[in-house]
Design a protein around this ligand. Structure first.
Ligand code: FA5
Length: 340
């Protein structure tokens, strides 16, 4: 007696021979009959589960060969049928070439890119030099030179993606301060936008996000210069109505240090769920450069002082466009991106 593989194969060959090769629906029906969920080949494959272990390899091989042959024949038949249908359409009808074509959607800048460009533009206008920095940093640049001692909590495995004991994905853009000061003599002004990485993930925290670092070192620089510049910048980004405040904070590399908040963009400062009913939202940290940092790069802290800041670009984009989840910004979902 003929085995089931040959039986199904000859049935398929016979049915294919009588199927119209100018009718895609008919070819598709044949595909369903043999390869669909309850198709003849599929049913045969299901039988493998009931076989003894030693019988399975040979059976599996035969059924796979059968499936591949049927698959290939269907593909060829479908292509032939599609071509025949197109040919028939072209011969029987006519094309109105005056009809408008399908529109090609215009692209737009990604909200993160747009904000990054806007920020760079603002600071370049203020005479800042733009640095790019590097994603992978050594302990010296990410921590040590920034006056962050080995037992500081930010070095914890919970926060940092270590590549080995002394090399890591940078956790902030502040390392660019050190690279810059090692290679430039003050006075200078620099900003450094770039990606940073932390073991962190919730609605407002992402494991990869962008920051923009700023650094100014000159004679006679004070906290008042920092405040004036950042207030001007925030008004440019969020409009003249926005309110701003500094909260005392701590960063090992700045003294004094502060967090900068802006009035909540969702409730205009009245207090809502998004701002945890405070009316304020944090956008970044800042402060006057700690003299120890200047010393680490050989700059005389008696002659020069400076300020630095580091802001989260994703957070700024979330506030600007009222995005509820930080992950939406990098998920590459066209339905979300088309809104911008
Ligand atoms: C810092 O990273 C400091 N380097 C900032 C700084 C620079 C202070 C220079 C002083 C001088 P902080 O960890 O607070 O600070 O992060 C700064 C900003 O990055 C936050 O205010 C927030 O806007 C953003 N941010 C922090 N963690 C995340 C995260 N996981 N996802 C998205 N944005 C984040």
């Amino acid at each position: 007696m003929t085995n089931p593989f040959e039986l199904i194969k000859s049935q398929f060959v016979a049915e294919l021979a009588t199927t119209s090769l100018s009718d895609t629906a008919a070819v598709d029906a044949l595909r369903v009959k043999f390869l669909g969920k309850k198709g003849l080949v599929t049913e045969l494959m299901k039988q493998m589960g009931g076989l003894a272990a030693e019988e399975r390899p040979a059976f599996g091989k035969l059924v796979n060969v059968l499936k591949a042959e049927v698959d290939q024949a269907i593909e060829v038949a479908l292509a032939t049928a599609r071509e025949a249908e197109l040919e028939q359409k072209l011969n029987s009808g006519w094309v109105d070439i005056s009809l408008p074509g399908d529109g090609i959607g215009a692209g737009s800048l990604h909200p993160l890119y747009e904000i990054r460009e806007e920020i760079v533009d603002f600071f370049m206008g203020m005479g800042f030099h733009v640095e790019s920095g590097r994603d992978v940093e050594t302990d010296w640049y990410n921590f040590e030179a920034l006056n962050t001692p080995p037992d500081h909590p930010s070095r914890d495995m919970q926060d940092t993606f270590y590549l080995d004991k002394k090399v890591m994905l940078r956790t902030h853009t502040s390392g660019t301060q050190i690279h810059y000061m090692e290679t430039h003599k003050p006075p200078f002004r620099m900003i450094a936008p770039g990606h940073v990485f932390r073991v962190d993930s919730d609605a407002t925290h992402a494991p990869m996000f962008q920051q923009v670092e700023g650094l100014v070192v000159d004679r006679g620089i004070t906290f008042a210069h920092l405040k004036g510049l950042l207030f001007l910048w925030a008004k440019r980004l969020f409009g003249n109505e926005v309110k701003m405040r500094f909260r005392p904070s701590f960063f090992p590399f700045t003294e004094p240090s502060a967090e900068m908040d802006i009035s909540c963009v969702f409730c205009s400062g009245a207090g809502c769920r998004r701002c945890k009913h405070t009316g304020w939202m944090e956008i970044g940290g800042c402060g006057c450069v700690d003299p120890n940092v200047l010393k680490n790069v050989g700059i005389d802290g008696e002659e020069f002082t400076g300020f630095a800041f580091g802001f989260g670009l994703d957070r700024i984009a979330m506030l600007r466009h009222q995005v509820p989840e930080i992950g939406l910004l990098t998920a590459n979902d066209q339905r979300f991106l088309r809104q911008f």
